[in-house]
Design a protein around this ligand. Structure first.
Ligand SMILES: Cc1ncc(COP(=O)(O)O)c(C=O)c1O
Length: 448
């Protein structure tokens, strides 16, 4: 069982002391996780001990970093149950991984791609663009609000002919998971390939790609203790082979002449130019921390306990509406909710300024879902291995205080958002909240 309190000392961003004030309550791990000290050390070690370019120079720095970079690839392949390290491509983030597949496959007008109606923009916009540019057809599978999966509706779409299913494994909006293996098996039975967006799944639960059978798996490593701007695409080398690289140049070729070149085999043909060695080695240190110091199998049970705690504590507040499945065990890492009468961005500012609670408000990059329902967004608390019961208690306390300041009479759904004063007075950060509602504050608007 995870003792989050004792792990917190490993995370410098959670430290307290002179000049830092009381401990922050970080409930935004679905956006980006915090990094343990060992990750920072691994990043620093690269620059101090072997700051070379892997695969180019022959000197000892380059040899050392090359060796470590490929060991990191092996470690992530093992972690994901990928058939071969050559199927792991290091990229900047999951968005780039999804774009690599979308832009890399060769499409014929009329090819159909299935997504759900709850995809992150990273798994939506690129398909919309391909529809406009190459004439693919985008099919939306509507998900039942209770978190269940409508296998019949899915089968109906598959039967009409789908080339690629591209869906989340776990939703960043409400934490629900799709039955990944079933999604893949049914798709394969109809001859469709599957790209899974694993951003909110792999940091929390064991993923066995060999068993699950997904053709492509996109992952952000900065959501699982890695440095920002690190991610990967995992697949089989033979599935990567037909993809056209997104970017070409140095590192991607075996040779060039003045008029021709030959690409290297996967994964190297997709890693153009000098790579983010520090980031990848940091991410590998994060993986070691997750597996050896904590134990991946402990993460979801820990998050479920926290989620039960907050769900239960706010169950008697009629103005609090949790989203997604009713059972916290079906959405362990995320508690997403709306508050009658309070704009989600106002709530986030109130909680940050009054309670040091940092969470996400707005549309969480799933604008399409909220717009279909005419909602301005929600408030999302997300948990990870360093989240403590005290953190969620502080959230509950803050929400209760907020509701007490916004009279119920003014309540009428989140659209009717009244602007609460923070416990310390009116927020100086008016641009974010008011601007978000008026659509004027890009830096803090919903869903960016
Ligand atoms: C489900 C999901 N997919 C894709 C992304 C995009 O990830 P990245 O910003 O690493 O590209 C996110 C980020 O929040 C996400 O939650």
């Amino acid at each position: 069982m995870i003792d989050a309190e004792s792990l917190r000392g490993d995370f410098p961003a959670l430290s307290v002391g002179p000049g830092r004030g009381p401990a922050p309550v970080y409930l935004d791990s679905a956006c980006m996780s915090l990094v343990p000290r060992s990750v920072l050390e691994a990043v620093g070690e690269y620059y101090t001990d072997y700051p070379g370019c892997a695969g180019r120079s022959l000197h000892r720095f380059a040899e050392e970093v090359g060796h470590r970079y490929e060991s990191a690839r092996e470690a992530f392949a093992r972690f994901l149950g990928a058939p071969s390290p050559d199927g792991v491509v290091f990229l900047r983030n999951a968005t780039e991984a999804i774009n690599l597949v979308a832009r890399g496959l060769s499409w014929t007008r009329g090819d159909r791609v299935l997504v759900t109606d709850q995809e992150h923009n990273s798994n939506l916009v690129v398909w919309q663009r391909l529809a406009a540019e190459r004439g693919i057809e985008l099919v939306h599978l509507r998900l039942p609000p209770d978190g269940s999966f409508d296998a019949e509706a899915y089968e109906r779409e598959l039967a009409r002919g789908i080339r690629l299913v591209s869906v989340f494994q776990t939703s960043n909006l409400d934490g629900r998971s799709l039955p990944a293996r079933e999604v893949v098996e049914r798709a394969h039975a109809h001859g469709a390939q599957v790209l899974l967006d694993g951003c909110q799944a792999a940091p929390h639960q064991r993923v066995d790609l060999g068993r699950m059978g997904a053709d492509y798996y996109a992952l952000s490593l900065h959501k699982m203790l890695g440095p920002s701007g690190t991610g990967l695409l995992a697949s089989r080398p033979e599935r990567l082979e037909p993809l056209a690289p997104l970017v070409v140049g140095g590192e991607t070729v075996e040779w060039t002449s003045l008029t021709e070149h030959r690409l290297r085999p996967p994964p190297h043909r997709f890693e153009a130019g000098l790579q983010n060695y520090a980031g990848v080695l940091g991410a590998a240190a994060g993986l070691r921390y997750l597996e050896r110091t904590v134990g991946l199998d402990e993460v979801e049970p820990h998050e479920t306990r926290l989620n039960r705690r907050v769900t239960r504590a706010l169950a008697d507040e009629p103005r609090v509406h949790p989203m997604g499945p009713a059972d916290p065990a079906a959405r362990p890492s995320i508690y997403s909710f709306t508050l009658d009468g309070v704009d989600p961005n106002d709530a986030a500012l109130f909680l940050d300024e009054g309670y040091r609670v940092m969470l996400r408000s707005g549309m969480h990059c799933v604008h399409s879902w909220y717009r279909e329902r005419g909602l301005p967004g929600s408030i999302r608390a997300s948990f990870y291995l360093y989240t403590t019961p005290e953190d969620v208690d502080t959230l509950v306390e803050g929400v209760r205080e907020l509701l007490s300041r916004v009279p119920a009479a003014r309540a009428g759904g989140p659209r009717a958002g009244a602007r609460p004063e923070t416990p310390t007075g009116t927020s100086a950060r008016t641009g974010g909240s008011r601007g978000a509602r008026a659509g004027r504050a890009p830096g803090r608007t919903a869903g960016s």
